[in-house]
Design a protein around this ligand. Structure first.
Ligand SMILES: Cc1cc2nc3c(=O)[nH]c(=O)nc-3n(C[C@H](O)[C@H](O)[C@H](O)COP(=O)(O)OP(=O)(O)OC[C@H]3O[C@@H](n4cnc5c(N)ncnc54)[C@H](O)[C@@H]3O)c2cc1C
Length: 407
């Protein structure tokens, strides 16, 4: 039997396993991941931004974890020699009507204690010469990194602490027998004193397997990206973001210089017809049925159908996507961009149609379920892991029962 089993080998599960191992050095820790490799889903398909925390509501877990996470992620990268760059970013308003929102974002940055600077259009252009705007904010604390590399380092540290990371092992069911969590997989059963569910796009289903109703359903939102052809990368020096729609948890299509020096544009946010569906044509009938029969989905759709249609159009039409980007950098043309890998966000939605804005971590009996860990969870992974490890009970080791796998 393992004292702690973590389900999901994305950045949140791995950071959690690392911290649980640190906090309970004598305990046995196991990570189970269904894919043959780690960090294959949200963690390996994101913008690679180390967020500053400027966007998030004061007092929310997101705000605290992002601010602390920005510092801890940069420190972690420095300590372990992971390539990263604290290059800063600019957020720009392209119309006068966006200026009040830009100003309140600036104020929020100050409230969070960030060294933000309000920029006149010419100042924004000194940083990003190809941007056209009516005002901007410079956020120096923002950085870039490859979160797959960060995850690989977490794995190394988990193993050096004596933990086990097992890939290719999908968890199909959880049940409790005499206070022990029995984890069913196609390769046999595992036993755990305590289970931590970090299954990302499947975290709500995993919670239900464990007999817990998280109160929210994961709705998958695909984000498509384009990449600049190498000769046009000069159009973006660092990171350029629009003023976000305050009703949405997504930040709007933006430009990101990645740590490998490529420049990405995106992501948009469209309903995915499959939880891990990265192509526009990917459909899983069970996933889609679950979304379409959830009352919260229709309430959300009724409220935001205009934005939804816009996003769908941007998804099917490169011209539409480029038109949005031209609001920030007018000289971009369709020929400057080629499609690149998309990602799917696990976004929790409540039955009343409200998108869960904050991280949602639900306690079960002998289990914890991370049921909403959207952006900036990669930035904040060390903080989420620490938070969970600090909230775990001591688990008394019980005698091992026969199980298919041993540590
Ligand atoms: C398009 C996009 C852009 C983003 N940009 C940023 C950014 O710039 N900065 C930032 O901080 N955050 C960003 N995010 C958010 C960030 O990537 C995620 O919040 C973070 O990666 C979540 O990590 P996770 O471990 O919870 O999920 P995941 O990385 O999805 O990992 C969950 C794991 O659980 C496994 N799993 C699922 N079901 C089972 C099962 N039954 N048995 C075993 N294993 C299972 C999956 O295979 C997967 O490996 C972005 C996300 C997306 C999608």
């Amino acid at each position: 039997m393992y004292e702690y089993v973590i389900i999901g080998g994305g950045i949140v599960g791995l950071a959690t396993a690392m911290d649980v191992g640190k906090k309970h050095p004598k305990a046995s820790v196991l990570v189970l991941e269904k894919e043959q490799d780690l960090a294959q889903h949200q963690t390996g398909r994101n913008s690679g931004v180390i967020h500053s925390g400027i966007y998030y509501k004061p007092g929310s877990l997101k705000a605290t974890f992002a601010r602390e996470g920005n510092r801890s992620m940069i420190e972690f990268c420095r300590e372990h020699g992971i390539k990263h760059d604290v290059c800063g970013k600019v957020i720009v308003a392209t119309k006068a009507s966006e200026l009040p929102l830009l100003d309140s974002l600036f104020q929020r940055g100050l409230d969070h204690g960030l060294a933000v600077a309000r920029l006149a259009p010419e100042q924004a252009q000194e940083i990003e010469p190809h941007v056209r705007c009516v005002g901007g904010i410079k956020v120096p604390a923002t950085g870039i990194v490859n979160y797959r590399e960060v995850s690989a380092k977490y794995v190394e540290l988990i193993k050096s602490q004596g933990g086990t990371v097992q890939t290719g092992t999908r968890v199909d069911r959880l049940r409790e027998v005499n206070g022990i969590q029995v984890i069913e997989t196609p390769h046999g059963e595992f036993e755990a004193g305590f289970v931590i569910n970090c299954a990302g796009l499947f975290s709500d289903r995993m919670a239900r397997f464990g007999g817990l109703d998280p109160g929210a359903k994961i709705i998958p939102f695909r984000g498509d990206y384009y990449e600049f052809v190498p000769e046009k990368r000069y159009l973006v020096r660092t990171l350029v973001y629009p003023v976000p729609n305050p009703d949405f948890p997504f930040l709007g299509v933006h430009f990101t210089r990645m740590i490998d020096d490529s420049v990405h544009a995106g992501p948009n946010a469209v309903l995915a017809f499959k939880r891990e569906g990265y192509c526009k044509t990917d459909i899983n009938c069970a996933d889609l049925f679950e979304t379409l029969t959830f009352p919260g989905f229709w309430k959300l759709a009724r409220k935001h159908y205009r934005e939804g249609i816009m996003e769908m159009m941007r998804s099917v039409s490169k011209r539409g996507f480029v038109k949005s980007l031209q609001q920030l950098i007018p000289e971009i043309t369709e020929g400057d961009l080629v499609p690149t890998n998309s990602g799917v966000r696990a976004q929790a939605l409540m039955p009343d149609g409200k998108l869960v804005d904050d991280f949602l971590i639900v306690n079960g009996r002998n289990s914890i379920h991370v049921c909403n860990a959207p952006s900036p969870a990669a930035t904040a992974s060390l903080e989420i892991g620490r938070f969970i490890a600090n909230h775990l009970p001591e688990v008394t080791p019980a005698p091992r029962r026969d199980s298919h796998f041993q540590s």
